[in-house]
Design a protein around this ligand. Structure first.
Ligand code: G3P
Length: 216
């Protein structure tokens, strides 16, 4: 399973990348706004900086909701760097645009996936990645990891090529469950990635080893 970090914060991207386990980055308008990135030039420069920091797929989301608008914007985003993946919302015009990008050799990430039906449509359009938001599904009283399993099963049976990118990750257990359920990628906040490191018995064991090392 590939690890992406789900943030536009450069310090957090650097910290995850320095671990040596980062395969890419996902952003969205909320994450960009959180970092105070405003205006076309600043947005473009921010994506450029991220692409120069991390050698992997970098998802950059379109803001348009019409076919023409999404295609226009996606072409500009894709021109920023070869590693840019155009992130497109799961709407009717979005599906049309994903098909257009597929036919024109531009990688896409279909975002805001909340059902298996949406995952099937996005795969039919040729999306490189599809992003089910598992934390938001859990927040609504449904089971996000169950959706990952269902999509993984459908894609395996049907031979769909889109990669399942589990998004809206809330904690380390989500990452483990998504790995078990067959996600190809998990995009995670830094805290959730670092959460995988933790176990109290590791801390207790290390303290004892260090204490005993003094007697060696
Ligand atoms: O990649 C999508 C993700 O950022 C959504 O996460 O925590 O806003 O549900 P969240």
């Amino acid at each position: 399973m590939k690890f992406f970090i789900d943030t536009a914060n450069l310090a957090q991207i650097k910290e995850a990348n320095d671990l040596g386990i980062l395969d890419g980055v996902t952003t969205n308008p909320s994450l960009m706004a959180k970092e105070g990135i405003k205006g076309e030039e600043a947005i473009t420069n921010h994506y450029k900086t991220i692409c120069e920091m991390v050698d992997g797929d970098i998802s950059a989301e379109v803001l348009g909701v019409t076919f023409e608008g999404i295609v226009e914007e996606g072409k500009k985003l894709a021109a920023i760097h070869p590693n840019i993946v155009v992130k497109v919302p799961m709407i009717k015009d979005g599906i049309k645009a994903i098909k257009w990008f597929t036919d024109n050799g531009i990688k896409t990430n279909c975002t805001l996936i909340f059902s298996a039906g949406q995952a099937i449509l996005a795969a039919k359009a040729g999306a490189s990645y599809i992003s089910p938001f598992i934390g938001r599904i859990d927040d609504s009283g449904w089971d996000g990891v169950q959706l990952i399993s269902q999509i993984a099963q459908i894609y395996a049976v049907q031979g769909f090529k889109s990669e399942i990118l589990a998004a809206s990750i809330r904690n380390a257990n989500h990452i483990i469950a998504c790995a078990e359920a067959g996600a190809n990628v998990c995009t995670c906040p830094l805290d959730s990635i670092l959460g995988l490191l933790k176990h109290p018995l590791t801390d207790i064991g290390l303290a004892k080893f260090l204490e005993d090392a003094k007697k060696m």
